[in-house]
Design a protein around this ligand. Structure first.
Ligand code: SAH
Length: 404
């Protein structure tokens, strides 16, 4: 596709483009020379007419231009998309951390120069999540590139409805919805994460079916679980719990509010420890906040407590409220830990950074009256890389703490 227009930026608004930030907001635009349609390729120029970058315009969205290249000779054509997909895959094929698994995020949106596309592989079943107009428009060629590189058994698409609504000025068009709405599927796929095995329903449930971003952290936390009693709060389909069982936990309690996720958690525990391990785990459907309080009152204590809650803050203006929720949750959890035990605590809210999260845990520990030491700092798995020019791609942080 040839650029159909030149977008001139307001004076002083070229900085983020020069720093290669992939998102350009409508407020930075002074004028548009040409009449581009949404989804067209456009060139971006500074106030004095100097060429800066090339991207795809969407005037219905707040992110008016998604920048794709800072090299003027690079065209956004079919071979461009193929090259981007191939590069993303090649990066991960060289990644030693991914050798023990067949469940891999091959494409992580802006971090791989493909804004709005996520491609998660579950043992050959490829789940694509689309969250931008540009990924929707490029979908046929993106699918062709992924097929050529990975020969998947099948490709299943889903949409990030909230993000897509913003891309289409409020409502997702019917044609898009129909193409991306995942047909309900009962088909379970078995994946492996080092020694552990999991059943996943691709493009169904949460994320694209499984929390691949916690892969390395599940293995780190399991190392503390030998002989331990473990409370796995916000368990989803049992991720941390399964690794804890394999790591020798004497007992694991998985807690989640989703009955569907817990049914899979049961199956996943059974798959890994068999019938003889049946009395080593339990799955309870409950609100974590309420259950933790009840367990505390009953005098229950655990050697290891894992907290992996959903995103509490989606926007910067929700940070204060989220901080209070994280603090309350961690304070209650700290009260449940045996002296010398472990708290593994996470936040996947991008707007709560690691230093703020540390302050929150500090306050929680102070209020709980527990002397607490961070012994490990954790982040998202390496197939969710943080592109330095797009710091927003960093979102998951966690601490393993020793609690006295
Ligand atoms: N640790 C999991 C991922 C957790 S995602 C893994 O490794 O796979 C967060 C989970 O919290 C979701 O499964 C969601 O159903 C659950 N959840 C959200 N709010 C909850 C609440 N108030 N009480 C219990 N579970 C909750």
């Amino acid at each position: 596709m040839q650029p159909t227009a030149a977008v001139i930026l307001k004076s002083g608004r070229d900085r983020s483009v020069r720093q290669r930030h992939p998102r350009l907001f409508a407020s930075a635009i002074k004028q548009i020379d040409g009449r581009p349609r949404d989804g067209d390729v456009v060139d971006v120029l500074d106030n004095k007419g100097e060429w800066l970058a090339r991207g795809i315009i969407n005037q219905q969205a707040q992110i008016a231009i998604r920048l794709l290249t800072w090299r003027s000779e690079e065209a956004i054509d079919e071979s461009f998309w193929h090259a981007r997909v191939q590069a993303a895959i090649a990066r991960r094929q060289r990644d030693p951390a991914l050798r023990c698994t067949n469940a891999i995020r091959w494409v992580f949106s802006e971090s791989d120069g493909l804004p709005g596309l996520i491609a998660d592989d579950y043992a050959g079943h490829l789940a694509l999540e689309i969250s931008s107009l540009l990924a929707w428009r490029a979908l046929p060629v993106l699918k062709a590139a992924l097929t050529q590189a990975l020969s998947p058994l099948r490709i299943i698409c889903q949409m990030d409805e909230e993000r897509l609504r913003h891309e289409f000025g409020g409502t997702v068009p019917r044609a898009v919805r129909e193409a991306l709405e995942t047909p309900p599927s009962d088909a379970l796929v078995e994946i492996r994460e080092c020694e552990a095995r999991f059943l996943v329903r691709p493009a169904s449930g949460q994320k694209t079916g499984f929390y691949l971003d916690q892969r390395a952290n599940r293995i780190r936390v399991a190392a503390y679980c030998q002989g331990a009693t473990v409370l796995n709060a916000f368990s989803y389909t049992g991720g941390f719990g399964v690794h804890a069982l394999r790591g020798g936990a004497s007992r694991v309690l998985n807690v989640d509010s989703s009955a569907e996720a817990l049914r899979l958690a049961e199956q996943n525990c059974a798959l890994n420890v068999g019938a003889e391990g049946r009395d080593r785990y339990a799955c309870t459907e409950a609100d974590v906040f309420a259950l933790l309080r009840a367990l505390h009152q009953q005098g229950e204590r655990f050697d290891v407590v894992i907290l992996d809650p959903p995103k509490f803050a989606h926007h910067p203006d929700q940070v204060n409220r989220a901080a209070r929720a994280y603090k309350d949750l961690n304070r209650i959890a700290l009260g449940l830990i045996n002296s010398g035990g472990i708290l593994a605590t996470f936040s996947c809210s991008g707007v709560v950074d690691a230093s703020l999260f540390q302050k929150i845990i500090f306050s929680a520990a102070l209020e709980a009256g527990r002397e607490t030491r961070i012994v490990e700092r954790l982040t998202q798995a390496s197939d969710h890389p943080v592109l330095l020019t797009f710091p927003e791609s960093e979102y998951l942080k966690g601490f393993i703490c020793r609690v006295e």
